[in-house]
Write a protein that binds this ligand. Structure first.
Ligand code: ATP
Ligand code: MG
Length: 448
């Protein structure tokens, strides 16, 4: 019905092409779609405008058009053009060519960066892309027409091109109809498209959770049996994709969907273990819920904090094991942190810039249990105190530590000098008393 209606309304077609398998676009004119030009970043508008003035085609493309049609504020704006990266670079003084797998141009406008890509060619039948044994595309820089470019995109909803000047949407795969029907549908043969790039399976899960779109049956069907293809994807690319997933504002739904599709095994082997323990699951779910709420409220969320929570119960376990083997508390913790991060990196490599902060947050934790003498004052001056404290509160909320410990720090941080002095616990006996590790999950914890 919707398709017929759209076909009737938007009968105009563009670019009659000789390539029979290539699609022609339906043009959805201004007034026939709900895109409000005011929701488009000035930087994206200027990028398109200048490229068009230089004689090139230029469209806002991909997720931004999809989000505008769904009335979601787009996170970032991408532009597609028939200009080569070098030609784009010449048009914009403040721009740079980046990328290896895909060469792109970043056009810089103040704080905003617009990613400009040249239309990609139709590689599959022509064998232009380098693929590995399982069909995964490794390098792919063949340029082509807009029609060819549209076939290369993943979902119909992501293959929409918006011309800001004419205020028209070019729709090559009935993406607008799918968006209206709240459907996420793979372009072409889903099985083949997942084999070309297994990350598309994660994108399917993430985008459907984030946008409330249902995975079309054939798009969903092959995912479970192809899950193991994710093992072949470089760990750093998986990390980037998982970061998007966790920071989408719909992390809980996404994780549940990943688990339902059996995609989580290869990605987060450690998280798998954590989620199997009731205490670990409660902790992680609380952390994800907090993150989702922050993001939905338009606040930022720190990836280091999030990954520190995801792996915390693994660190706890390893820490306990190391102490049981007779190691002292702090070296045992350091060793545990490294073990966990190294093991995780085999599948999904967390960037170094995040692991450093994750470790700082973890290392602070035993210090929150020391509430006598000068130590609490020193902890307050730690530049990462706030993250460490928020982490402590999550541990309390999940039942790992008594709530009274979190409350003590909340009060202590706000208290005046006299109140702080009165709050300190008496210094306990000689250091020897810490020799024996505690039994509970709170390793080395003082009783509250
Ligand atoms: P988000 O809202 O998370 O940014 P997005 O769809 O815009 O979602 P991007 O990674 O910004 O995701 O990609 C921009 C566009 O590039 C997509 O809309 C899609 O058209 C295309 N694209 C991205 N990744 C792939 C992929 N793995 N395979 C095919 N096309 C892709
Ligand atoms: Mg995007």
């Amino acid at each position: 019905m919707i398709k017929q209606f759209l076909q009737k309304v938007f009968r105009r077609r563009v670019n009659v092409n000789t390539h029979t398998q290539l699609p022609a676009a339906q043009i959805i004119q201004a007034g026939k779609h709900k895109i409000n030009q005011k929701h488009i970043s000035q930087a994206a508008l200027k990028t398109c405008d200048q490229l068009q003035k230089a004689g090139f085609q230029a469209y806002i493309v991909g997720g931004a058009v999809r989000d505008l049609l769904l009335n979601h504020p787009p996170k970032d704006f991408d532009v597609a053009t028939n200009a080569t990266p070098e030609q784009v670079h010449k048009v914009f003084r403040r721009s740079r060519i980046i990328g290896r797998r895909f060469r792109l141009v970043h056009v810089l406008w103040g704080h905003e960066t617009i990613e400009v890509s040249t239309f990609r060619g139709h590689h599959l039948s022509e064998g232009d892309a380098e693929t590995n044994d399982s069909g995964r595309i490794i390098r792919d820089n063949v340029f082509g027409s807009i029609e060819e470019d549209s076939v290369r995109r993943d979902f119909t909803a992501n293959a929409l091109y918006y011309d800001p000047k004419r205020q028209e949407v070019l729709d090559f795969h009935h993406g607008v109809a799918d968006i209206r029907a709240k459907t996420l549908r793979m372009i072409g043969d889903p099985l083949k498209r997942y084999q070309e790039d297994p990350v598309r399976m994660l994108r399917a899960v993430r985008l459907s959770a984030k946008l409330g779109l249902k995975l079309e049956r054939e798009t969903e069907a092959p995912i479970r049996k192809l899950a193991n293809l994710l093992e072949d994807v470089p760990p750093s690319r998986l990390f980037d994709e998982m970061l998007k997933l966790f920071l989408s504002g719909h992390a809980i739904e996404s994780i549940n969907a990943l688990r339902a599709q059996q995609l989580h095994h290869g990605l987060l082997p450690l998280l798998d273990v954590v989620l199997e323990q009731p205490m670990g699951e409660k902790f992680v779910m609380l952390a994800l819920k907090n993150t989702d709420e922050r993001i939905q409220a338009g606040k930022s969320s720190n990836p280091s904090f999030l990954f520190a929570t995801l792996l915390w119960h693994e660190v706890l376990l390893a820490w306990q094991e190391n102490q049981k083997r007779g190691e002292h508390m702090i070296p045992a913790l350091h060793e545990a942190m490294n073990e966990v991060i190294d093991k995780q990196a085999e599948k999904m490599a967390i960037h170094n810039r995040y692991t450093a902060t994750m470790k700082e947050i973890w290392v602070m934790q035993p210090r929150f249990e020391q509430r006598s003498g000068k130590r609490p004052y020193a902890l307050l001056t730690n530049p990462k105190y706030r993250a460490g404290y928020d982490f402590l509160l999550l541990r309390c909320a999940s039942g790992e530590l008594p709530q009274a410990l979190g409350d003590w720090w909340t009060r202590f941080a706000d208290a005046g000098t006299d109140e702080r002095t009165a709050m300190l616990l008496p210094e306990s006996g000689p250091k020897k008393r810490r020799r024996k590790p505690r039994k509970k999950t709170s390793v080395g914890g003082e009783a509250v």
